[in-house]
Ligand binder design. Structure first.
Ligand SMILES: *[C@@H]1O[C@H](CO)[C@@H](O)[C@H](O)[C@H]1NC(C)=O
Ligand SMILES: *[C@@H]1O[C@H](CO)[C@@H](O)[C@H](O)[C@H]1NC(C)=O
Length: 565
């Protein structure tokens, strides 16, 4: 046989898939859109398709509140995706909303929707992903047997080497999309994943930003965004991963959304007890401007420029203008830094150009002095994406970035005002983003062609904060946490309004309680010998009776564990 005849046979024998096409997905928070109609879904899908995105990775949590809405939301999502010839796959979130997924529920969801033409397949198997879930990794041998899933989890907490060796792994997605500290992101981790995967597919994460301040979810941190949206797409061209997953389409709580602003999706600010809504007025639609070009380049190696354009982004408050709000630079497992030491007070911009061009950046009508090296990055061959940033130092007021060639204006973004005003809020570390041509629809955020006044560019007035009161104790608890051995139990039981305050902390309340799964009659007691055993008595009894028995460090079947309580 000649080589070209052998190859397909070999590929089939090895289960490899030499001909699988590259795809670009966006991480999508299903829990945000319980109120969506099928038409709402189709709108989002259309916007994603306009950007060249092939599908959404549907992030679903397993806490009681999420479980009540995931299923009907998935039904609408799949109907919409089928109508629009778009792809979806499940990304089971084992940490996000509370308790881990059970194997039975993962199997139920996957088997119910894998037959849909909209469910994304690899090697004719439904691709299934996760956010973490490393404690449940042994579930997957059985889940795969029951679903035929093509399993590409994100097990970033394990590192690539251990993750690649986990049971049933067919490929990996990484959550390592942001740099640590005051540095830019490299593609070192991506290349390490590829080396550890030894030919299995890699899904590379690409994100523009990260800022979250949700104290009730124990999240208040910032990673450097800055040049990231430019850098990561260039790294995609070098790394050439099998898949790209954009983080995210609509995670407003972490500020890395590229989909439209939507006031129906701001539950995280209430539940997380955010000091204020830090996304209002800060549309990120402009970040989608070059996606069709970039995705084509990633998939085919080249792309042509239909129209030259410009996108610009920056924080409207200098890093030291306002109180930090306790926001840490880096995550709590990384060295602590002040947030203003992690990010740069620069105006960042990328231009898609047929050939080199000049730029000016003005603040309040005064041109900023430009760096010595005009562009930070230029495309090979002269046509493609150019990128630069300029520090704005003491300049305050509305920003205008202009690209011109031979004295002719090519593109211009007029942006939100740089301001020291804090309006009684801590610093907003989220980004103002604009583009020319304008991306997005009216009403989906700040119109970048009109320089916003200080009031519209600045964080929303205090009335927004007072309209979202902290959890009030007389409403039923729908989510909670606890320390150490209480963690899983509290996450489970608080979801159903059983949240003993001595050991658990309710983090989210709602108008209506979520009804608990039916009682099973299974008796659970504190595990024999566990410290402060009586403090587990009620939780173990409640959890085991409702079928949550996944906590043998703290609970067990032996009544002796309850002695003396
Ligand atoms: C912008 O310039 C105007 C006129 O020169 C000046 O009155 C105003 O204070 C400036 N705004 C800021 C924010 O510096
Ligand atoms: C959790 O349970 C284990 C097993 O009973 C015990 O060794 C450990 O000390 C407990 N941890 C805490 C924080 O109570």
């Amino acid at each position: 046989m000649r080589l070209y005849q052998v190859l397909p046979v070999l590929a089939a024998l090895m289960g490899a898939s030499l001909a699988e096409a590259k795809e670009v997905f966006a991480h999508y928070m299903l829990g945000n859109v319980a109120s969506f109609s099928q038409a709402d879904w189709e709108k989002d899908i259309q916007l994603a398709q306009d950007s060249g995105i092939d599908g959404f990775a549907l992030n679903m949590a397993a806490d009681a509140e999420a479980l009540a809405t995931n299923w009907p939301s998935a039904e609408k999502a799949f109907k919409a995706a089928e109508a629009k010839n778009f792809k979806l796959f499940f990304s089971f979130d084992y940490l996000g909303g509370g308790i881990p997924w059970t194997a039975a529920d993962v199997t139920k969801y996957t088997n119910n929707w894998k037959g849909s033409p909209a469910y994304f397949k690899r090697d004719n198997r439904p691709l299934v992903s996760t956010f973490e879930g490393v404690d449940n990794r042994n579930d997957w041998t059985q889940i795969k047997a029951d679903t035929q899933a093509f399993f590409m989890p994100d097990y970033s907490s394990l590192g690539a080497e251990v993750a690649a060796a986990a049971p049933g792994v067919d490929g990996l997605f990484s959550w390592d999309a942001w740099p640590k500290g005051a540095s830019d992101k490299s593609d070192e981790v991506d290349n390490y994943y590829i080396s550890q995967l030894k030919g299995k597919p890699y899904m590379m994460p690409v994100s523009p930003w990260f800022f979250t301040n949700l104290p009730n979810y124990d999240k208040n941190r910032l990673w450097r965004g800055d040049d990231l949206w430019y850098d990561r797409w260039q790294q995609v061209m070098e790394v050439k991963p099998d898949y790209v997953e954009i983080i995210t389409w609509n995670d407003f709580g972490e500020s890395h959304y590229i989909g439209p602003l939507d006031s129906r999706q701001y539950g995280a600010f209430r539940g997380g007890n955010a000091p204020y809504n830090y996304v209002e007025g800060l549309s990120h639609d402009g970040w989608r401007l070059f996606l069709p070009y970039l995705i084509k380049q990633y998939k085919t190696g080249s792309a042509s420029i239909n129209k030259e354009g410009l996108m610009a982004w920056y924080r409207t408050q200098p890093g030291k203008a306002c109180a930090t709000g306790g926001t840490a630079g880096n995550a709590n497992y990384e060295p602590h830094m002040e947030p203003y030491d992690v990010v740069q007070d620069n105006i960042f911009f990328s231009a898609l150009l047929n050939s080199d061009a000049d730029y000016t950046v003005s603040v309040n009508g005064t041109n900023i002095e430009l760096p010595q090296q005009k562009w930070r990055n230029t495309p090979g061959g002269g046509s493609g994406i150019y990128h630069a940033s300029v520090p704005y130092h003491g300049h305050r007021g509305p920003v205008v970035v202009t690209i011109s060639r031979n004295g002719q204006q090519v593109a211009q973004v007029k942006g939100g005002s740089i301001t020291d005003a804090c309006n009684g809020h801590p610093e907003n570390w989220n980004a103002w983003v604009g583009s020319d041509p304008v991306v997005g629809t009216p009403g989906s955020g700040t119109n970048p062609t009109t320089p916003p006044t200080t009031t519209t560019a600045a964080p929303p007035p205090p009335s927004t904060t007072t309209a979202t009161p902290p959890p009030s104790n007389d409403r039923p608890c729908v989510a909670g946490t606890g320390e150490g051995n209480y963690s899983g139990l509290c996450r489970y039981a608080c979801g159903y309004n059983y949240c003993p305050p001595e050991v658990c902390r309710c983090t989210r309340r709602a108008t209506n309680a979520v009804s608990a799964p039916p009682t099973t009659g299974q008796k659970g007691y504190p595990a024999v010998g566990v410290k402060d055993h009586c403090s587990y008595l009620g939780l173990c009894s409640y959890a085991w009776d409702h079928g949550y028995v996944d906590n043998t460090a703290a609970c067990g079947p032996d009544p002796a564990g309850a002695e003396g309580c």
